[in-house]
Design a protein around this ligand. Sequence first.
Ligand code: ATP
Ligand code: ZN
Length: 283
Amino acid sequence: MKTLKIAIQKSGRLNEKSVALLKNCGLSFENYKSSLISSVSNFPLEILFLRDDDIPEYVQDGIADLGIVGENVIHETDVKVIYLQRLGFGKCTLKIAIPRHSDVQSLHDLNGKSIATSYPVILKKFLEKNKVSADIRTISGSVEISPGLGLSDAICDLVSTGGTLKSNGLKPFADVLESEAVLIGRKSEEKNPLIVELIQRIQSVLRAKETKYVVLNIEQKNLESIQSLLPGIKSPTVVPLAESGWVAVHTVIPERDFWEKISELKTAGAQGIVVMPIEKIIL
Ligand code: ATP
Ligand code: ZN
């Protein structure tokens, strides 16, 4: 079968998590050092290390079959690729931000103002949709310093925590696009068995990350009251303890309501609660 190629960022914010995801899928390869390509020794896959801006086009043109890239880059380059899987990392929002003491109060107030950005395509669409006519100044980096230098009245840039905005005397004003890292591919290759296999592995890693493995002890007579709190994958595993009248319960809990569940379990009589990370969940 033809070897697949996946393009990931060679260095930058998405590199480390992209590499970690592929390694957690059981793929064995050398990290990027100086070569552009790394071969996976235990799966017919090659990894191309590229600048993120090039990834969508490489996938569209068939130089790579898959890519891991921020959605913002896909929207900006306007290519024909499909989303195969959202990956849950690299989350950020493309925002318009204005100086702390700006007189801009509504989108309409941006009419006639200048906005510096590295995302002119996305910003243009957003302004058109909102019937705002502003002057878009395309710059390639350090967008956040441009109002302070008197180069623009506002900026449109990626924000995650907002710390960079704050330290440059800016405040968020409007959200333009939410973004996270996604796995992309071509429509024609969607059913390729190797791609299907890789997506399944990625999903099992993502699923595992969203859940914790929990073991706890409880008196047999209280078992029923906690069973309704614990769905497990099918249902919880219950094993007797050496001490009669007691059982150990093994189950998985979603990360998002973890602390709430733990306190409910304690109230229901659970003791000796042990929580462990899960590597993979294969359904
Ligand atoms: P390259 O050298 O590959 O062109 P870059 O400088 O364009 O890198 P990075 O700054 O490494 O890109 O960001 C890569 C991606 O990380 C962004 O396109 C975006 O999807 C995501 N990201 C997450 N949080 C942020 C943030 N706070 N600022 C910028 N990008 C972010
Ligand atoms: Zn880039």
